[in-house]
Design a protein around this ligand. Structure first.
Ligand SMILES: Cc1cc2nc3c(=O)[nH]c(=O)nc-3n(C[C@H](O)[C@H](O)[C@H](O)COP(=O)(O)OP(=O)(O)OC[C@H]3O[C@@H](n4cnc5c(N)ncnc54)[C@H](O)[C@@H]3O)c2cc1C
Length: 387
């Protein structure tokens, strides 16, 4: 497995163990069927509790059943899962970074005890509802709102492109609280079987097909007052969750690229044309050399992020740089790998084109490539260029 500058030498025992567990899980449980799931547009739901048992949901949190592993271990986990498929990594990212993290960081003691253990084991599934039909890159424009009514909140609005909403037990819904001054954004834990909640599945995706995506409709949905996350108000709530998830994506994308590279390297040594393996041609070697270099530099950035996160020095802008760079890298390199596989490369028998298609989603969600460019631009110049 590509590790050109021996980053593995610096892993501790726990990090190696988590990496190896995830790698074995992907080899045995994901790779055999994921091409079929991608073709059918289904997620292997039987893996949800298994991933929980193996500790794949938010193991970097502390307490309520989470072991508080290192940020490097968490990153390696995301890398291995996405080497299987971005849909598998998305399952772990959403459940861990976008649902368990906000409950852990901003929830009441009761909310933590009620939700975290079941989400951690995969007995329960959660989703994160921020994007709306008219508000994607600018979620602060959200129209979904909550109003107090006789000791309860009533929610109205709609969310779209929500990973796992059709299979979720609980949704973290971000909405403007019209009962409070200045309508602050607040997070609500909405059980999806509550009257007035609908979660239609979005079909016809050409990317991230092995992942369930849906809408959340909220039509006079009454939730108790204690369904609100008490510890946060404003866009800081959802944005801080996105920083956690984007950190995992920066690592995960490297896994997709590495799997594409390994597939192309093996294919090039096995496939004969003009009387010998195509790997002997300089053009093919140039492609492998470039891929290996790009993957290695992205790995270095991910490892550095882990160090900064571990010591509390990670800024959201660091994460933007890594998400932006590593996903673009994986998008480009999976395409090069696909091309090295010739005609066979366009089938689901090989992973690169599946990774390449998935990267179109990963390039777009959790802040598009353009939006991360603007975040970096603002950080570098002090001038915001969003509007
Ligand atoms: C498969 C999938 C799963 C998803 N899962 C979730 C989820 O679980 N929860 C959730 O809340 N959301 C989720 N999303 C939504 C995702 O985060 C949004 O699609 C993303 O934020 C972009 O929003 P948009 O699609 O509305 O595009 P738009 O915001 O309409 O952007 C369209 C284009 O305009 C560009 N653009 C926008 N603003 C600017 C600007 N200021 N300057 C320059 N260019 C700009 C964008 O970069 C993009 O190229 C998911 C999306 C997909 C595809």
């Amino acid at each position: 497995m590509l590790d050109y500058v021996s980053l593995e030498d610096d892993l501790d025992e726990e990090e190696r163990m988590i990496r190896d567990t995830a790698r074995q899980f992907v080899e045995e449980k994901v790779k055999p069927d994921i091409g079929d799931h991608f073709e059918d547009g289904t997620f292997p739901t039987e893996l949800i509790p298994e991933m929980g048992e193996l500790g794949f949901y938010a193991p970097n949190l502390e307490g309520y059943g989470s072991p508080n592993v290192s940020e490097t271990a968490y990153g390696l986990l995301m890398q291995e899962l996405e080497a299987g498929d971005s849909g598998i990594r998305s399952m772990a990212s959403v459940q861990g970074a976008l649902v368990m993290y906000p409950i852990h960081a901003y929830g009441s003691e009761d909310q933590k005890e009620r939700w975290l253990p079941g989400l951690g084991t995969g007995e329960l599934v959660g989703c994160f509802g921020l994007t709306e039909p008219e508000h994607g890159s600018n979620p602060s424009g959200m129209e979904t709102y909550a109003e107090k009514d006789a000791g309860e909140y009533v929610l109205n609005g709609s969310k779209t492109w929500i990973t796992n909403s059709p299979i979720s037990d609980v949704a973290v819904v971000w909405a403007r609280d019209r009962s409070a001054e200045d309508d602050p954004v607040r997070g609500f834990l909405v059980e999806t079987d509550t009257d007035g909640v609908t979660t239609n599945k979005i079909d016809d995706k050409l990317s991230m097909r092995a992942s369930v995506t849906g809408e959340i409709g909220l039509n006079d949905v009454y939730v108790p007052e204690d369904a609100v996350l008490p510890g946060v108000e404003g866009m800081k709530g959802p944005l801080s969750c996105l920083t956690q998830a984007r950190y995992g994506i920066a690592w995960g994308a490297v896994g997709a690229a590495r799997d594409s590279f390994e597939t192309a390297r093996k294919y090039a040594t096995d496939r004969d044309q003009f009387g010998g393996p195509i790997a002997r041609f300089q053009i093919q070697q140039q492609k492998l050399a470039e891929m290996a270099t790009q993957i290695t530099t992205s790995q270095l950035l991910a490892h550095r992020l882990a160090e900064l996160k571990e010591r509390g020095d990670l800024r959201p802008q660091h994460v933007s740089m890594a998400k932006r760079n590593n996903v673009r890298m994986a998008r480009d390199q999976s395409r090069i790998a696909r091309e090295m596989l010739g005609g066979n490369g366009i089938t689901t028998d090989y992973s690169p084109m599946r990774h390449m298609a998935n990267m179109e989603t990963v390039y777009t969600y959790e802040g598009t490539h353009d939006i991360h460019t603007l975040i970096l631009g603002e950080d570098l110049t002090g001038i915001a260029a969003y509007e």
